[in-house]
Write a protein that binds this ligand. Structure first.
Ligand code: NAP
Length: 494
């Protein structure tokens, strides 16, 4: 029988969440931790999303672990390579980089009669575990649009999250499909290189400014050497994120201020009336993700760039055809069409107690207690799970809270000499109802977005503030859970 005093934990995903979980567990004496990672290196989203201009649009003081603050960020929002380097350094400093098993695509997790999990990869390797942390997040499976003839296109094409750095865009006729947070970062970068750029927009967006120039030497020195400045700035950006959430939660009052600020900025940037008309969003500020860029709208007004709002109806071998019958010849199509967010960890097969699959449990949409625990799936924990995305603030705040909560759950299991911890169905049900009810009247309900399923249920976002989520997760209440006894043991008290 394995030694359950030091439970064996398998973490799936070596991104921000998986690393946070491994570090938290390591700090609290859990030594048997393995991180399985699909990619050839750690970093998650910051490993994959290496498109030109890729950067975070949250200030680095907040978009970094609270326990690994840096005073030497070169600019407000760090580019992809700096964030990836930071993650490598933090993982190394905490000794979790050596726990990563790269090039491992987990295909299934199965709970069995021995009251343990068996995790299998698609190449036939297996790991047994007392607990599994699925830290695959919401934004890891590129979504390609189902456009007729997409496979017939004979030019070059790729997704923003799978950027082909070997393909030279210089002098090419390029189409970009999508105008989300990724596209607004790479369009201004590639626009000066290409001969012609067609940007296909399905829905307009609200924008706020973001220049992100390198800090002047004096500012860098002040942040670095003046005591308290770093802490003050982190607190400031935390509150700024909460303010955005406040605006989204109250679209008819304070939200109007955000919309007015955005409208002023966009009006100022969009000198070209035709482009302005096409770009202008027809939904409430904050319903979709607000985009931060001082360069995208300007790039759309370059002479070699055209914004196309006519829907794409099909791809031909060398062109894109739109609903109005226009045919645009292009050499390359770049899909900035986002991710299969509602799929979470699928197509991974997850089988919990009594042979029930997660697909069955989630037949009406993804849901989990505090985004972490699913009834009937003992000691299976999610990070950045359902209803834990944020439209204001930093995901790292959420992921640190989740890591500490999961660590507490495993401590309770260990202290009770139990096999596993399983959230009570009625607790999950009640919390889910409360979470969904809190979306009423907010901007999130006013349009289609990747936050929602086809039925309109919001499965991506937390409906409130970062501070609420942190508070809710600070202390795990064991009475919310059942403890699964070890085989041949009497029941375990909560
Ligand atoms: P996204 O926000 O989901 O945007 C996808 C874009 O593709 C949207 O404009 C969408 O239009 C369009 N689209 C999808 N299918 C289409 C079709 N069939 N025809 C035409 N257009 C189509 O994806 P993303 O830009 O990759 O960003 C995903 C998320 O990653 C963001 O929301 C954000 O949370 C995160 N991200 C963060 C940062 C950061 O700096 N922190 C940077 C990049 C990404 P509709 O709007 O009409 O659906």
């Amino acid at each position: 029988m394995p030694d359950r005093r030091d439970p064996k934990v398998v973490i799936v995903g070596a991104g921000l969440g998986g690393l946070a979980a491994a570090i938290e567990l390591g700090k609290h004496g859990f030594t048997d931790v393995t991180i399985l990672e699909r990619a050839s290196g750690l970093g998650g989203t910051w490993f994959h999303n290496a498109y030109p201009g890729s950067a975070c649009d949250v200030a680095s003081q907040l978009y970094s672990y609270s326990f690994a603050q840096r005073r030497d960020w070169a600019r407000l929002c760090s580019p992809q390579d700096e964030i990836l380097r930071y993650l490598h350094e933090v993982a190394h400093d905490h000794g979790v980089d050596r726990l990563v098993v790269p090039n491992t695509v987990v295909s299934s997790c199965r709970w069995d009669d021995s009251r343990r999990w068996t995790v299998a990869s698609d190449d036939g390797r297996t790991w047994d575990a007392d607990a599994v942390v699925l830290a695959t997040g919401q934004l890891h499976q590129p979504a390609y649009p189902s456009i007729e003839g997409r496979d017939e296109f004979e030019g070059h094409s790729f997704h923003s999250a799978e950027w082909d750095h070997g393909y030279d865009l210089c002098g090419k006729r390029v189409a970009v499909v999508g105008t989300g947070a990724s596209a607004v970062q790479f369009v201004p970068e590639i626009a000066p290189q290409v001969e012609r750029l067609l940007v296909f927009q399905r829905t307009g967006n609200w924008f706020l400014p973001r220049k992100n120039r390198p800090y002047p030497a004096l500012v860098r020195a002040v942040i670095r050497y003046v005591p308290g400045v770093q802490t003050f700035r982190r607190g400031f950006f935390y509150r700024y994120g909460e303010l955005l959430t406040l605006m989204i939660r109250h679209p008819r009052t304070v939200g109007r201020l955000g919309q007015a600020r955005s409208a002023l900025f966009m009006r100022w940037q969009l000198r070209d009336r035709e482009v302005r008309r096409k770009v202008w969003p027809d939904y409430t500020f904050g319903c979709k993700r607000v985009l931060f860029s001082s360069y995208f709208l300007r790039a759309l007004q370059r002479p070699n760039v055209e914004l196309v709002t006519d829907a794409i109806t099909r791809l031909k071998p060398h062109s894109i055809v739109t609903a109005e019958g226009a045919e645009h010849e292009v050499d390359c199509v770049i899909y900035g069409t986002g991710f299969r967010t509602n799929d979470f960890m699928f197509p991974m097969e997850i089988t919990g107690a009594e042979g029930r699959t997660l697909r069955e449990a989630w037949s009406d949409g993804a849901r989990a207690y505090l985004g972490i625990s699913i009834p009937g799936f003992p000691s299976l924990f999610l990070m950045y799970g359902p209803n834990t995305n944020t439209s204001g603030g930093s995901l790292i705040v959420y992921e640190e809270a989740q890591a500490a909560y999961i660590r507490q759950a495993l401590e309770h299991v260990r202290d009770r000499a139990a096999a596993a911890i399983d959230v009570r169905p009625e607790v999950e049900e009640t919390t889910d109802r409360q979470v969904q009810a809190r979306f009423a009247g907010t901007a999130w309900t006013g349009c289609d977005s990747w936050y929602r399923t086809e039925t309109g249920r919001i499965v991506a976002n937390w409906p409130g503030y970062m501070r609420e989520y942190e508070k809710r997760l600070r202390v795990l209440d064991p009475s919310d859970f059942d403890f699964v006894q070890l085989p041949d043991r009497s029941p375990v008290a909560a």
